[in-house]
Design a protein around this ligand. Structure first.
Ligand SMILES: Cc1cn([C@H]2C[C@H](O)[C@@H](COP(=O)(O)OP(=O)(O)O[C@H]3O[C@H](C)C(=O)[C@H](O)[C@H]3O)O2)c(=O)[nH]c1=O
Length: 188
């Protein structure tokens, strides 16, 4: 019922729920804890769902995080259109600190990306009118909200960063080199 693929970043997973197609279209269980645990994956409890819509291709939101005690793990999927979803290891002491992984999530491919707490998250839309829907393991905590400039990690976003549609917050974010990570790596 669900396919799990690892990525080059330990802990970050691609999760692809099964789609049941018929003459009407398709049905898919987009979140099923029991099915995931049957596939050997146990995720933390989710407490908040988010949904954002971006009108322009090349809209880039990120790289974002919430500091402890409200760090968020996120299970991300694309409800309409397509996007390149990116996770960056932000945990001090991690063997993969500063390393990143990017996965194309789309309405068509139905893929989801699991991004644990301690990782920065961002995405760029690959077509107009793209919707992202994601489950979070902690509630919104504006005082813990943080951002790192998207073009300071060495991520291949697949487009000219100068043309990105950004919020003022994201345009003014600190570089990864200057960032003071609030996350510690603890194995396990
Ligand atoms: C994140 C969030 C925002 N808001 C309010 C605060 C602002 O008035 C408005 C837009 O917020 P922001 O510009 O931070 O939205 P994004 O740029 O899409 O940020 C998100 O995008 C990246 C990719 C993420 O992973 C995070 O969930 C989040 O940082 O929504 C809320 O009320 N609750 C929330 O959980």
């Amino acid at each position: 019922m669900v396919q799990i693929d690892s990525t080059r970043l330990p802990g970050v997973l691609v999760i692809t729920p099964r789609r049941f197609g018929d003459a009407r279209g398709f049905f898919s269980e987009t979140w099923n804890r029991k099915a995931l645990e049957g596939a050997g994956v146990t995720l933390p409890e989710f407490v908040q769902d988010n949904h954002s819509f971006s009108t322009a291709k090349g809209t880039l939101r990120g790289l974002h995080y919430q500091s402890p005690p409200h760090a968020q793990g996120k299970l991300v999927r694309c409800g309409r259109g397509s996007l390149l979803d990116v996770a960056v290891d932000g945990r001090k002491g991690s063997p993969t600190y500063g390393q990143w992984v990017a996965e194309e999530l789309s309405y068509e491919n139905g893929r989801q990306l699991w991004i644990p707490a301690g990782f920065l998250h961002g995405f760029v839309t690959l077509e107009p009118d793209t919707e992202i829907i994601y489950k979070c393991t902690d509630h919104y905590a504006p005082d813990c909200d943080g951002a790192v400039r998207f073009d300071t990690v060495g991520i291949d976003w697949g487009f000219d960063a100068e043309t990105a549609v950004l919020s003022e917050k994201d345009a003014a974010a600190v570089s990864f080199a200057e960032w003071q990570s609030p996350f510690e790596w603890n194995d396990g």
